[in-house]
Design a protein around this ligand. Structure first.
Ligand code: GDP
Ligand code: CA
Length: 337
């Protein structure tokens, strides 16, 4: 195996890729052979403009996590962060009090915005930022065109009317996904396309892994970008996913609310059905579920998806490395020689 391509959201994606990297470092430490190259295709559907700056939450979470710069307790943002600039900004009554930009984090956003305004693509900007963070993987945004997930509120708030569309991050961060929504809309999707780098990374991979990320607004958004599905459909690589749901609940974060909105059961089986079997118009060759979800194995087979179980709690890097190893084993065992 020479090339692995991973589709990732923010925290779930970043933690998984850190485990994958640890597994590969270990597995190839004394084998004398070169470890496979890992490309991470990250969701940029959560991106937004704030205070004149381009914010890319999922790209940054992956970059900081793999670059050892992440706030480990939060799972996102910079370690050793302070918020002096944010206090100044709010003293002017600008920006949002529910989304604070830390001082260190601002450095990243300023450099990114500066480069974008000079005409660089987000792919190129991300590469430049990674020259500092050295994540040990190639990190790619899903698209160079802006695609922003919005939600349609099914219920009004003191600030918004029912039926209004608001940015996904506002619903997620400000309202903690506590207001029912009727749909997710990816604004800009029609004008967007997967980058040549993403299409190449999918087409030339030996294995493709769907991180245990939010299936709707992380992996689902990546797959909705024109060009991504075609690339997945035509790749020779096996596509293996890891369930972000264990025992009927999202382990961290609020994936349930997203699944509910699109009418999918918040179970490991529900998510597998949402992705679908590759042989039946979906994307999955294999699906890895937590050991406590073994009851779904027969139903998974009926869906036409190869199933396996392993402990899927990303409690530490070692446990996550074992998850990555199990996913790669699955991909290898299904690969045509
Ligand atoms: P976000 O962009 O920061 O919301 O992060 P992602 O989309 O990458 O992943 C969020 C999802 O990852 C959560 O909703 C969970 O379903 C899943 N997740 C988080 N931690 C774990 C874990 O330890 N194990 C598994 N299997 N899934 C997890
Ligand atoms: Ca995200």
């Amino acid at each position: 195996m020479e090339r692995i391509t991973v589709l990732a959201g923010g925290v779930g994606g970043a933690r998984f890729v850190r485990g994958l990297r640890a597994h590969l470092t270990d597995a190839f430490a004394d084998a004398g052979s070169k470890a496979p190259e890992v490309t991470v295709v990250a969701n940029t559907g959560d991106d937004m403009w704030l205070n004149g700056l381009r914010i890319c939450p999922d790209l940054d979470t992956v970059m900081y996590t793999l670059g050892d710069g992440v706030d480990e307790d939060q799972g996102w943002g910079r370690s050793g962060e302070s918020r002096r600039a944010a206090a100044e900004i709010s003293a002017y009554g600008r920006g949002w009090d529910w989304f604070t930009l830390g001082d260190l984090d601002l450095g990243t956003h300023i450099v990114r915005t500066d480069m974008l305004r000079e005409g660089a693509t987000l792919t190129r900007v991300t590469e430049a930022l990674c020259q500092r963070w050295r994540p040990g993987v190639r990190l790619l945004p899903m698209s160079d065109q802006p695609v922003e997930t919005h939600v349609r509120l099914a219920q009004g708030t003191s600030e918004h009317m029912a039926g209004e569309l608001i940015h996904f991050e506002e619903w997620w961060v400000r309202y903690r996904a506590g207001i029912p929504v009727s749909e997710f809309i990816q604004v800009g999707l029609e004008q967007a396309s997967a980058t040549p780098e993403v299409i190449e990374a999918i087409g030339s991979a030996d294995a493709i892994i769907m991180c245990p990320s939010n299936p709707v607004v992380s992996v689902g958004t990546i797959m909705a970008v024109p060009g991504v599905r075609d690339a997945l459909d035509s790749t020779d690589a096996r596509i293996v996913g890891l369930s972000p749901i264990i025992g009927g609940s999202a382990v961290r974060g609020m994936a349930e609310q997203c699944l509910q909105t699109v009418g999918v059961d918040a179970t490991a089986l529900g998510v597998a059905g949402f992705y679908g079997a590759r042989t039946r118009g979906g994307v999955l060759d294999g699906w890895l579920m937590d050991v406590t979800d073994a009851e779904y194995l027969p139903s998974l087979k009926e869906l036409g998806i190869r199933g396996a179980t392993a402990p899927l709690w990303m409690t530490d890097t070692q446990a996550t490395a074992a998850m990555a190893s199990a996913a790669l084993d699955m991909a290898t065992s299904m690969a045509t020689p």
